[in-house]
Design a binder for this molecule. Structure first.
Ligand code: GDP
Ligand code: IMO
Ligand code: MG
Length: 424
């Protein structure tokens, strides 16, 4: 199996966790390398549904090592609550490791996330308000607090005090809000979190390197998706990290030569939660049908996800920018019983045909999707073998492959572990 990176190839929620869960059966290590608890990863095991935010989905397999690497931003309260919830369901964390270098989400990050969104008014991004953006801002500004700082009382206290002075001023004078933080309260609160997290803290760059070097099967669990990438996504309607495969190296401290395969997860259609452009968005009853049948409501915030036709311009962009070696095409069961399906093969701007995803949102706003129509199919959620899929579904999969430029290696026909078909 070697080292595989699994990323979202659209706007997130492509069913990455389901693919990780399926591949985890063979994996020995699962690593999260970016994002934070803005992620919502669902794994369905028969009638049990598990929702993960910071904990790698591989934790469901007791023999798998799970690593939260340096590129992840960790809300200690969030991760501990998640662990407590999972522990009640019999999950053990003996094999969990958290990076000393990861940045810590502080209470002021969460408050600032909300305040900044409010101040943006109609131009809000629609963030998850988990403090992700403000935490990555401090990291880039070099005023952030890292997990290792939690274990040096003096350093930690000084950093909190320095940060709180500035954040309180920003909240009061820039955003004219009443909320003010008491640094001593935060120090005391985080001291308790630090105590509980201590057994898990380690230098995860060493663990990742040694696991790969010793030939272990390692999976990198992506969070968010290609078009939410800070550099390559629909900026500014993006997250503050790098969900593309390139983010894995920086986010976990390994070199690109250590990666063997890059799998991009797509849905048979497209969804987006939060604001920002979405060329193939559907506003009709087909869009509603996809949302209902696909249960397209956010795992983290419960918000309804916007739904639209499959967009091969985006698919091709993801293959190119992440060097995808294959595609896992999820949720094609959701498209059952739609007579005529559409795939966007290009965009049209005035009379010009555009084949590459535009950088400028103003240009993207002028783009009309150019659709190709394909025949639909009936229910397929019971099918186990690729050969048994209706011809129309196979044609759809083939077309996705041709248009995106990478082979489809897996097809999802339902949320469960056994509802995944390998394409031979
Ligand atoms: P992630 O963030 O990429 O891991 O995806 P989410 O967990 O946020 O959203 C994907 C949703 O689709 C979850 O509820 C999954 O259980 C579900 N799901 C995944 N694959 C399939 C599939 O092939 N068919 C159907 N019907 N549901 C799926
Ligand atoms: P998973 O890993 C879908 C979106 C938010 C918002 C934008 C910025 O489950 O696929 P942030 O809180 O990150 O600053 O919000 O990014 N977003 C996601 N959308 N899936 C996710 O994660 C997301 N994580 C962030 O909705 O539009
Ligand atoms: Mg999700």
């Amino acid at each position: 199996m070697a080292t595989k990176v699994i990323i979202g190839a659209q706007w997130g929620d492509e069913g990455k966790a389901k693919i990780i869960d399926i591949l985890s059966e063979e994996a020995e290590v699962v690593i999260r390398s970016q994002g934070g608890n803005n992620a919502g990863h669902t794994v369905a095991v028969n009638n049990d549904v598990y929702k993960f935010h910071l904990i790698p989905s591989g934790v469901l397999y007791p023999g798998t090592d799970c690593i939260v690497a340096n590129g992840v931003v960790i809300d200690p309260q969030g991760i501990l609550e998640e662990m407590d919830g999972l522990a009640k369901r019999g999950i053990s964390f003996e094999r969990l490791k958290i990076s000393k270098r990861a940045h810590v989400v502080m209470p002021y990050h969460k408050v600032l996330d909300g305040i900044k969104e409010e101040a943006r008014g109609l131009n809000d991004i629609g963030t998850t308000k988990k403090g992700i953006g403000p935490c990555y801002m401090d990291k880039a500004e070099r005023s952030g607090i890292r997990i290792c700082d939690l274990y040096n009382e003096e350093v930690f206290a000084n950093k909190v005090r320095e940060n709180v002075i500035i954040k309180n001023k920003i909240i009061k004078y820039v955003y004219e809000q009443d909320i003010q933080f008491d640094p001593e309260e935060i120090i005391a609160e985080y001291k308790e979190y630090a105590k509980r997290l201590k057994p898990y803290v380690d230098d995860t760059t060493v663990l990742a390197y040694e696991a790969i070097k010793s030939g272990k099967k390692v999976l990198f669990e992506g969070a968010q998706g290609t078009l939410l990438d800070l550099d390559l996504g629909t900026y500014p309607y993006v997250t503050s990290s790098h969900p593309i495969t390139g983010g894995v190296c920086v986010g976990s401290g390994i070199g690109p030569t250590m990666i063997d395969e890059c799998i991009g997860v797509m849905k048979g259609y497209v969804t987006r939660v939060g604001k920002g452009p979405f060329p193939t968005e559907l506003f009709d009853e087909v869009g509603e049908q996809i949302r209902d049948i696909g249960h397209e409501f956010g795992t983290t915030t419960g918000r309804a996800r916007r739904c639209g036709w499959f967009d091969a311009v985006i698919g091709k962009f993801a293959v190119r920018t992440s060097g995808l070696t294959s595609i896992a095409l999820n949720k094609i069961d959701v498209l059952a019983n739609i007579d005529t399906l559409k795939i966007c093969v290009a965009y049209k701007k005035d009379e010009e045909i555009i084949h590459e995803f535009p950088a400028s949102l103003e240009e993207l706003a002028l783009c009309e999707p150019v659709y190709e129509e394909l025949e639909g199919w009936g229910p397929i959620d019971h099918i186990k073998d690729y050969e048994d899929l209706p011809e129309a579904a196979k044609t759809y999969v083939k077309r996705v492959e041709e248009l995106c430029g990478a082979k489809v290696s897996m097809v999802g026909v339902g949320p469960n572990r056994d509802q995944n078909i390998y394409v031979k």
